[in-house]
Write a protein that binds this ligand. Structure first.
Ligand code: 0RQ
Length: 503
């Protein structure tokens, strides 16, 4: 590990994960690296979990607040949640055990738009940051940090924290050096100026994270890969959704509403999102650009096939198989991938300027176009809003996609009223299920309901939705957005009581 710590006076800070964990006091606000299963600390979380257990068994309280870029992995969120070592968690989580702790009330989870996190932390809205724990690949002769497979909020955490713990991951290829673009526009309002990115592949920063070396209190060696982000082969429904989107984009180009060279693409997380990227692989578009937050297997495929010129993201979140390809061909990918800070990858100013085409999965949509991305049956947190809101509201075009039903057709993903709203009807443009595509642009609520029911609802639920809508039009006092308030959430209630939304 000494070879990777080229700033030699830091060698004296090398210690075990257990020693480093004991430097983190109960109640600390801890900023960690980690973004959608990439670049999270690999050994400190287990050491924190062990330390919490030993404190708990000695009758002492021990819990920390964990702020990251986005989701981590079982060996990070999972082990800390299992040890009841976390009091507050933000801004995104997809770990099963952490999700349980959030939903049973043990962990206070703050579900934030990802682009808001760094700036709200800097504004002081979230409190003081005591410790930052950041995975790096190496430390240069000048004391600069070579980032790992993701950036997220790392630069902000390094700037804000009183103490810094670095994990040097020997398992990550040193050749990622040069792939990153870290831009520090840390002026607070009213001193901000425009961010000078005019094309998806513009570079405006340096390849290194910076830290005040006096704050580094520990360096810990790790040697472990990122989470294996396994994807299932696209199923028929996902393929159908992808086909509708590709046809729609071609149609928009023909109509002259979308430039023929296309616009940069953002793609959300999950199997459906990955399937849509697979659809683009065989679609008619060439010379695509990615401007997204997470680079998944599907985007790597597009780069390798030469369909995509460059991809900008804040993290690469791959399956183990795709990661091997990434490492084997790292010189090829270094020229084509740009990893930026989360506040830049998801910046509203840039998303609007570049004219991003945003594609995100959802849990459910209602007949008027409100979208629930986060809450199962209105009360249980799934993962969080992530960057879907950053992109959807500021994009050129946005798609929200889902199979029309979930849980063996017992749940309709098109409902009279969503049980939680993440994206309002004002943001939503296009809803796609395997049944069809509803283009809601330029439509008023009653017009939207017609299109959503006709195009997106599963046949098992179409009549039930139409019946609700018809009675709402007949009985509501105002019919701008017709609803029967006592019935609007009855589908969810019916599912909770009977195990099905079918009345
Ligand atoms: O449950 O896991 O028990 O099988 O939800 O559903 O269809 O596999 O979809 O993997 O694409 O995830 C919205 C969660 C979709 C994700 C969400 C159940 C379903 C299944 C997963 P099982 P699918 P995906 C940028 C963008 C928010 C953040 C975001 C997400 C499980 O895409 O977290 O967009 N998005 N970020 O059975 C009850 C319904 C349901 C349902 C599906 N209506 N009711 N359960 N499920 N629909 C990236 C970042 O921000 C980092």
């Amino acid at each position: 590990v000494q070879d990777r710590i080229r700033y030699t006076s830091l060698h004296s800070h090398l210690m075990s994960a257990a020693q480093a964990a004991s430097l983190i006091p109960n109640g600390a606000n801890v900023g960690m690296s980690g973004f959608t299963g990439a670049s999270y600390p690999k050994v400190l979380p287990q050491a924190i979990a062990d330390y919490a257990r030993s404190e708990h068994s000695a009758g002492r309280p021990y819990k920390i607040n964990v702020w990251t870029g986005a989701s981590t992995a079982p060996e990070c969120d999972g082990v800390m949640a299992e040890a009841h070592a976390v009091s507050q968690r933000l801004p995104f989580n997809s770990d099963r055990i952490m999700r349980q702790e959030i939903n049973n009330g043990d962990v206070n989870f703050i579900d934030m738009h990802l682009s808001h996190v760094a700036q709200q932390a800097e504004f002081g809205f979230l409190g003081h940051m005591n410790v930052a724990i950041v995975e790096v690949v190496a430390i240069t002769e000048d004391g600069m940090l070579i980032p790992s497979t993701g950036i997220g909020n790392n630069q902000t955490w390094l700037n804000m924290a009183d103490k810094v713990i670095l994990e040097v991951n020997m398992g990550m290829p040193i050749q990622v050096e040069g792939m990153h673009d870290i831009y520090q526009n840390n002026l607070l309002p009213p001193h901000r100026s425009p961010i000078n990115i005019n094309r998806a592949d513009d570079r405006i920063g340096t390849p290194y994270l910076k830290v005040d070396l006096n704050k580094v209190v520990a360096i810990v060696e790790s040697n472990a890969p990122d989470r294996d982000n396994v994807f299932s082969e696209p199923d028929e429904k996902s393929k159908q959704i992808a086909e509708y989107i590709v046809d729609f984009l071609s149609h928009e180009i023909k109509q002259g509403r979308l430039p023929k060279e296309m616009l940069p693409i953002q793609s959300g997380v999950g199997n459906v999102a990955n399937a849509v990227l697979a659809g683009l692989l065989t679609g008619p578009f060439e010379n695509l650009y990615g401007y997204t937050e997470v680079l998944q297997d599907g985007m790597l495929d597009l780069l390798r096939a030469g369909k995509m010129v460059t991809a900008s993201a804040t993290a690469i979140s791959l399956s183990a198989k795709a990661f091997k390809d990434f490492v084997d061909n790292i010189d090829f990918y270094r020229e084509r991938i740009i990893l930026r800070s989360l506040e830049i990858s998801n910046h509203p100013e840039l998303i609007r300027r570049l004219g991003i085409i945003a594609m995100n999965s959802m849990i459910e949509a209602d007949i008027y176009g409100n979208i629930n991305s986060t809450h199962v049956m209105g009360t249980s947190m799934m993962n969080g809003i992530g960057g879907s809101g950053d992109f959807a509201r500021n994009s050129f075009l946005n798609f929200f996609v889902t199979p029309s039903t979930a849980k063996d057709d017992k749940i309709s993903c098109i409902v009279p009223m969503v049980s939680h709203v993440d994206h309002t009807e004002h943001d939503t443009q296009i809803i796609v299920t395997e049944q069809g595509l509803a283009d809601l642009r330029g439509l008023a609520p009653r017009q939207r309901a017609k299109v959503v029911i006709e195009k997106c609802a599963h046949p098992d639920y179409r009549d039930q939705l139409q019946d609700y809508y018809d009675r709402a039009v007949q009985t509501a006092k105002g019919i701008h957005t017709p609803h029967i308030l006592t019935e609007a959430l009855s589908w969810h209630e019916h599912f909770l009581k009977t195990g099905s939304m079918k009345m």
